[in-house]
Design a protein around this ligand. Structure first.
Ligand SMILES: C[S@@+](CC[C@H](N)C(=O)[O-])C[C@H]1O[C@@H](n2cnc3c(N)ncnc32)[C@H](O)[C@@H]1O
Length: 266
């Protein structure tokens, strides 16, 4: 009998690298605030991989993941949290909550990865989210917004890659960009998977996103109360490709497509 594979597992294996966020980004928090971040909130957490990775770093590291979707939160708890050691489990929590609502708990660092806040199309919605994040941070807290852009992120495009899925085999992942609307700045994106037996999971994930610019994000962070914002921009290597190293940057040439971080500092 065929073992059903969770689409969330396929998403994690093809899209995420939680070690990277947890190992690399806190050094910028330390640089901006002089402190090591210990209490972290993963917004739009989905299956909560980053929060689960966070609590592996030390016994002082605590994390909360928030999302609205009951199905993915059940996966976060029953699969990813359940795989942690008991002590680590006690330091991570998943909550069903709207990120636009402030929380009484205060965090050192809040992150919104894979552009999930692009789901907010109106400025007032994104501002409400930024204000709620501001209120949920300790003084000297940081708010990391992962942002994507450039012509290569809005042109119609299909990108195909193969991933190895333990106990299943080779799975093809297709990232599809549909028609960008230059008037509303809205674009549709889809993720499809083809399983080793040839079955297609079409539109396993779909996104209807407003593509926010870095400048708009910085203005919104300022209006939400953040005392400064820093842009972490990827340094190009000798061939002009991404080097994997991000540096605080104020001006840049346009890359065909980019992923950057806009960091609000409270
Ligand atoms: C792109 S997916 C998650 C991506 C994941 N953070 C990552 O890094 O790959 C977006 C998630 O945001 C959640 N979401 C959408 N609107 C939300 C809101 N207002 N508050 C909390 N979660 C929300 C959805 O349920 C979905 O799980």
């Amino acid at each position: 009998m065929k073992t059903p594979i969770s689409k969330f597992k396929l998403y994690e294996l093809s899209v995420q690298s939680p070690n990277w966020q947890v190992d690399y980004l806190p050094q910028f928090h330390q640089w901006l605030t002089g402190k090591d971040p210990l209490h972290f909130r993963e917004d739009f957490c989905g299956s909560g991989r980053i929060a689960c990775e966070w609590v592996k770093r030390s016994k002082k590291h605590k994390a909360v993941g928030i999302d609205l979707d009951r199905e993915v939160l059940a996966y976060a708890n029953d699969v990813n949290r359940a795989e942690l050691k008991r002590d680590q489990q006690s330091r991570v929590q998943f909550l069903r909550q709207d990120v636009k609502k402030a929380m009484p708990a205060k965090f050192d660092m809040i992150g919104a990865f894979n552009f999930s806040y692009f789901g907010f199309h109106e400025r007032k919605e994104l501002l409400r989210y930024a204000r709620a994040a501001f209120k949920s941070l300790k003084s000297k807290g940081t708010f990391f917004l992962e942002v994507a852009g450039g012509p290569g992120f809005i042109e119609p495009h299909r990108e195909v890659k193969t991933i190895s899925v333990p106990q299943l085999g080779k799975v093809t992942q297709v990232w599809e960009q549909h028609q960008f609307d230059p008037i509303t700045s809205v674009n549709d994106y889809s993720i499809h998977f083809k399983l080793p037996d040839g079955e297609w999971l079409n539109d396993a994930f779909t996104y209807h996103w407003r593509v926010w610019s870095i400048r708009e994000l910085r203005e919104i962070l300022k209006d939400a109360g953040f005392k400064e914002s820093v842009v972490l921009w990827e340094r190009p290597d000798e061939e002009g490709e991404g080097s994997g190293e991000y540096l605080p940057t104020e001006n840049s040439e346009l890359s065909h497509s980019y992923i950057a971080y806009v960091v609000g500092v409270k």
